[in-house]
Every structure is written in C-alpha cells, then in structure tokens.
Design a protein. Structure first.
Length: 573
C-alpha cells in the first residue's frame, strides 16, 4: 500500500556530531537543486529538492554546500516516499574550505587568476624582447666604432658593413613589432580581467565555509525518498513596481500592471525556480513589546540647611543615601547592592538572554503572496530582475486639474478607485499616456475601494490664462486703524479638445493663525459654487465643472485680509 509521509521538523539545537556518531547509520550525501523561493522584504525562504534511493535500515541524508548565511533556526524538512520512512531530528554544522564556496565567484576568480598568469607571461616575454633589442642596438654602436677605426686605417669593406647594417635594422624592426603585438594582447587581457573584477565586486563574499545539514532516516524496506529542505537566507529583497498605461480615447481606460523587482546576493543563483513574492515582514516580529510603568515624581525644592543652596527632593534623598553609605561601616559591595543600606533603591532587573521572535504567520486578508507564473531566474550578483505579477482592476475617470497660483498649465489626471480584494503596496509608478512614457510618480498604500490620483502630464489642449484684477493695500477703521489687503483674480479656462472635459480648479486663500487676522472671501468678486477646505487643507477652494468643446469659462476669486496696523505678518505671497 502506498503511504505518503510528510515530516515537518524543527532544527534540534544539539551538537552536530550526535547524528554522525550513530554506529548503525550510514551517511548518504545527496545532490539537490533549488526549486522554489519565497522572497520577503529583507530575506528569502529557499527550498531545495533531492530524490534519494534509500536502502532498508537507518541512514543519514546529508545536504552539503549550503550557503554560509543560512539561518539555522529556519531549517525545515518535508519528505514523501512509497514506503514508511521515519525522520529524526535535523542537525547542521559549518564546514570550512580552502576554496571559495560560491560557484560563480570561484569561476570568476579562477578566470581572473588565469588571465593574470597570461599577463605575467606576456610581461616576461616583453622583457626578453626588450633585452634582445637592446643587445642588437649595442652591437650597432660597437659596429660604428669599428667602422671608424677601419676608415682611419683605410681598410674599408663597404659590402660587409652594408649587410651588417641591414641585419641590425631588420632585427630592431622585428623586435619593435613584437613589442607592439605584446602590448595589444596585454591591453586586451587587462580589459577582460577588469570586466571580470567588476562582476566579482558585485557578488564578492569571500566565503570559504558552507553549511552541511543532516537528516536521520529509517525505513524497513528500500524506497525512493523525495526530500524538500527549506531555509531562510538574508541579502534578498523585492519591491513593487507599477506601469500605469492610460488610453485617452473614449472614456479613458487605465490599465495598472504590477511588477516585482527582485534582487539577491545569497551566494546561490536561482535558475528556473518557482518564485513567490510575499508582503509578510518577518523581521518586524509577531507581537508588541511589553509596556513599562511611566514613573513620575514631583519636583519640590527647598533651601539646603547645610548652606549648599537650593536642592530638589530627589537630590535630598540622594544626599541622605550618600551620608548613610559614608557613615555605615564597611561591608561587602554585593551586600550594599542587595539592599543592606537603608533607603537604597531596589536593584535594577537582571539581564535575560534575548529570545528568537517567531515570524508572522501568513494569513489571508493580512498578507499577500504573489506567485510568479512560469519558471523564474534571479542571479546572485545583486542585479535587479523585473518580473510580472499581474494586473489590477481600477475604475477611472479623467479630469483636468488646474492650479493657476502655481502654473498656467492644465494637467491630465486619472481619478482611480481600486477594485478587487488585494491592496496596492507603496511603490514607483511608470506613467504612459497613449503608449508614450511621460514620467514617474510614487503611489501610497492603496486599499480596495480607496481613491487616488494618477497624473499624466500637461494637457496642451486646455488653455489657462490668469490675470490679477486688483492688488491694493490700505488702512481702515475709525478708532483703531487696520491694514487691509485686497486681491482679485480672474482665470480663463478654454477646452480646445473635440470632446468635452471635466475640469477641477484649485486655489488657496490666506489661512490666519491669529484671531486678530481676519480673512473674507468677496461674494461679488468670487465665482459661486466653490467648495472650501479641500483635501483637509485650510483655505483651499476648488471648483469642478464640465467644459464643452471650444467652451470658455472665467473663474473669479476675490479676498481681503486685515490685521492691526502695529502687526507685522508673514506668509503672504
């Protein structure tokens, strides 16, 4: 009968030799491969798979070459087989090595050393050619001296010296060309080596140790055993990225796509694995710290009777304690610490060992886990890999937002409401309007049915013109004179589109913080229909209205601010 065995094993904090010392156990080293990883904001859970043929009896399955940054407390094992298999306690030990443990780092380091050996050989060859060239040049100098002597003796043999000169010239030219060829080869090797060193610098760990994990198993009959070993490692992270693509045709459809930017330096390449991205944050712990008493005391002063001046009650108690300690007979310091001195404060609490806080349990509704479709590959060099997560359903409405105080431009905005059950995490948003990239923004945490604005740049088909109609300062009042400032503005908005648009115009008026500063909005100088304190901003006014093709609308805003003449105010633009 086929029986399925799943064993979930916590790491036993025992000496590693306890497993390997069993006389009836045989160690079976297994080749495993990474098949899955779940990435959190500051770490990853890696899963390795191994298939082993287990003979009958007691054995120890050994996983070797695991990364040195492995978190031992996170080790978990699961297994399944066609026969009954019993698992023992999982144990681990650190294995030191004279070689680099990262396969890619070791490969690059070997390449760099090989190239360095080639460069050294080229330099040696260059030195030999330089010596040969110098020797030839010295022969030429000696020949010139000999030629001068023979000319003095009228013993000149032109055909011999011509041949010697040609030979020297040829040899020097050959040596010079060989040196140039060596320099070219040397430069090419140096560039290749620099490229390797640059890649090495991105994943340099220098690690020369690995973890070995052992799982005791026992079975009554031979069987094929599949083991999944999972563990957590640091130096892995992911962050959400979004593409917001707006089509302005028709009703203006917004498509929001989420990606995950994953990078890792765990020392192990993830090739063709099942990858998941989790919003859980195990580094933050699972519970709140304990609240401590908030001690308060009354600060009461009095004059020191000894002539020492003003002292607080706390200082008095401290002085009394010091006097008691001084007057008391000498005693063992631990006795004094333990409260032998009358009036001494209680000893501070003793330190306790820090405990490992369990990671948060993933619960639907509180965390989300995104399973990347298809096999994924993330190298261990820290480079960012962008993987698609999926699309969000959003309901959007196009608006034109205008803030004439700040700019004479109109901006296209998609006012969007998130649908579904999954929140949008904070992250960078790449903005595309009708296929063209228009910029980037950042989105906050957005929960289902919450609304947010995505800005898609300037809309040149909406004209905005602003004029200052009045900017006047005067004094008013009969008994106590006040300074009064009055300002009136007019903003003309025109829709040059062939379709109607919906316009939102926002302005601010002065917001006083002192009751003696009075602000009034002019009824006759301000276009009616505005709403105030928009976005919970004091003094924010806004109008919203549809605008037909080629239609113009003029919005007026007038306000006065008054304050006592002897006041100096700030904040007015």
């Amino acid at each position: 009968m086929t029986r399925l065995l799943y064993a979930f094993l916590a790491l036993a904090l025992l000496a590693p030799v306890s497993v390997f010392a069993q006389g009836d156990s045989q160690a079976i080293e297994t080749a495993s491969k990474i098949t899955a990883a779940t990435v959190y904001s500051d770490r990853a859970k890696v899963t390795r798979l191994a298939v082993i043929d287990i003979p009958a009896g007691a054995h120890t399955v050994v996983f070797t070459g695991l990364p040195p940054t492995l978190m031992p407390d996170s080790l978990r094992a699961e297994g399944k087989a066609r026969a009954e298999v019993k698992f023992g306690a999982v144990s681990h030990k650190q294995v030191m090595s004279s070689e680099l443990t990262s396969e890619r780092e070791r490969e690059l380091n070997d390449k760099s050393e090989t190239i360095q050996d080639q460069i050294t050989a080229l330099n040696a060859e260059r030195a030999a050619i330089e010596a040969e060239k110098n020797f030839i040049l010295q022969l030429g100098q000696q020949a010139q001296l000999r030629s001068g002597e023979e000319i003095a003796e009228i013993n000149l043999k032109p055909e011999q010296w011509a041949a010697a000169s040609a030979t020297i010239r040829t040899k020097v030219a050959e040596a010079s060309k060989a040196l140039i060829d060596l320099d070219i080869r040397n430069r090419s090797l140096s560039r290749e080596q620099q490229k390797i060193l640059n890649e090495l610098s991105t994943l340099r760990t220098g690690g020369r140790s690995t973890f070995s994990v052992s799982i005791p198993v026992e079975t009554a009959s031979a069987t094929s055993l599949t083991v999944e070993l999972s563990y957590q490692v640091p130096n892995a992270t992911w962050q959400p990225l979004y593409d917001a693509r707006l089509s302005t045709e028709g009703k203006g459809e917004l498509k929001l796509t989420q990606f995950g930017a994953v990078s890792q330096r765990t020392g192990e390449d993830w090739t063709g694995i099942a990858l998941s991205l989790s919003t859980a944050q195990p580094q933050r712990g699972a519970s709140l710290p304990d609240l401590q008493p908030m001690w308060v005391d009354v600060y009461e002063g009095y004059n020191d009777a000894r002539g020492g001046g003003f002292m607080s009650k706390g200082a008095e108690r401290g002085a009394m304690m010091q006097n008691a300690i001084t007057a008391a007979p000498a005693m063992d310091s631990m006795e004094a610490y333990n409260g032998a001195v009358p009036g001494a404060p209680p000893p501070p609490p003793q330190e306790v060992a820090a405990t490992f806080t369990a990671a948060q349990t993933q619960t639907t509704g509180f965390t989300a886990e995104y399973k990347i479709p298809g096999p994924a590959t993330v190298p261990a060099d820290g480079s960012e890999t962008k993987l698609m997560v999926g699309d969000y359903e959003v309901a959007s409405k196009l608006e034109i937002h205008i803030k004439p105080q700040l700019s004479g431009d109109a901006f296209l905005v998609a006012k969007s409401t998130l649908k579904g059950e999954t929140p949008i995490l904070p992250g960078q948003v790449n903005l595309f309007r009708d296929g063209a990239f228009v910029g980037q923004s950042f989105t906050r945490l957005l929960r289902p049915d919450e609304e947010t604005d995505f800005y898609f740049g300037i809309d040149d088909q909406v004209s905005v013109k602003r004029k200052v109609l009045k900017d006047e300062r005067k004094e008013a009042g009969v008994i106590s004179r006040d300074t009064v400032l009055e300002r009136n503005y007019a903003t003309e908005v025109q829709n040059l589109h062939k379709d109607p648009v919906y316009v939102v115009v926002k302005e601010t008026v002065p917001a006083p913080r002192n009751e003696k500063i009075v602000v009034e909005i002019g009824k006759d100088t301000t276009t009616a229909g505005y709403k105030d304190n928009s976005d919970n901003i004091k003094g924010m006014l806004y109008w919203e209205f549809p605008l037909a093709p080629k239609e113009k609308k003029v919005l007026k805003l007038g306000w006065t601010i008054s304050w006592p003449k002897d006041f100096t105010i700030n904040g007015l633009q």
